[in-house]
Design a protein around this ligand. Structure first.
Ligand code: SF4
Length: 283
């Protein structure tokens, strides 16, 4: 059975950086905390817990003198300020792409623009980006939402990093149609789109797909959904022990991909497990 791994399976740049910073901080040995789980991988979170890293919901839960790690999709400005005020050691693992979106919002806002953020209002990354606005800020998920916004003479647009370009384009067109001045920063990161395109190609070329990543990871679930639409024999697993050899009956080629928060060690374990299956012996 041939196992084909997608070229960009697993950690994106921002998650890799955040995870490295978290493990480095954990190795230093002082009381270390993360604001919420550092990434959507229960296995990485568990490893960090075993090293003494504690996930908290609020800065006020952190012991004086402790180290706090800011996750890759960032936190609200107030949380960061509270950590600095509390004299905590801050390891800012916010992905530089997310940071850019936060900075654009702060600058546009200071220059008198009303802010439109294209994204999912309940996502922590968006909540963080929104917090950098000094004035009016609106989160929209569609161009119809733009039509419902109050009158604005200067509009500054940014996007959640995982939005599609087409979606941003639609919202910008709706903003332009309202008249006034519109300034746009394309803050989309292509890591998600690249993984999705590769997954589509792979699913079209194999008999069975295995998608690896946290069951709580939205980007992994979306990868599995995209593959399943093309190839019903698609299975989403978090770890190698969830692999069922019955899935591979009659299979000649297996495609493997993984979400942006899946560590390499889990991908390797899954590939080893699939490679060890003797499909001729499956009853
Ligand atoms: S998906 Fe893009 S923006 Fe998000 S953490 Fe990864 S590299 Fe950064």
């Amino acid at each position: 059975m041939q196992v084909l791994l997608a070229k960009h399976a697993g950690f994106c740049f921002g998650v890799k950086r955040a995870t490295q910073l978290a493990f480095e901080a954990a190795n230093i040995g002082s009381e270390t905390y993360t604001l919420g789980p550092i990434i959507h991988s229960p296995q990485v979170v568990q490893r960090l817990e075993e090293m003494g890293v504690i996930s908290v919901e609020n800065v006020s839960e952190v012991e004086t003198g402790g180290t706090i790690i800011i996750r890759s999709h960032g936190v609200a400005a107030e949380q960061l300020e509270a950590a600095v005020r509390a004299n905590l050691e801050v390891v800012d693992a916010t992905c530089p792409f997310v940071k850019k979106a936060q900075e654009h919002v702060a600058t546009l806002s200071k220059e008198g623009y009303d802010i439109v953020v294209v994204g999912d209002a309940v996502h922590p990354e968006v909540q963080g980006i929104v917090s950098y606005a000094a004035g009016r800020v609106y989160v929209v998920s569609s161009h119809e939402d733009v039509e419902r916004l109050p009158r604005m003479s200067k509009i500054g647009v940014v996007a959640q990093t995982t939005q599609s370009f087409e979606h941003l384009h639609e919202v910008v067109a709706a903003c332009l149609a309202r008249g006034g001045e519109t300034r746009v920063y394309n803050t989309i990161c292509d890591a998600t789109a690249v993984r999705q395109e590769e997954a589509k190609k792979l699913a079209g070329a194999v008999d069975c797909m295995v998608v690896i990543g946290g069951f709580n990871s939205a980007n992994t679930m979306r990868l599995a959904q995209i593959c399943r639409e093309l190839l019903p024999r698609t299975h989403h697993v978090e770890t190698a022990c969830q692999i069922d050899e019955q899935w591979f009956k009659g299979v000649k080629k297996v495609g493997v991909t993984a979400g942006a928060s899946t560590p390499k060690w889990i991908i390797d374990e899954v590939i080893d497990r699939i490679s060890a299956i003797d499909k001729d012996k499956i009853s």
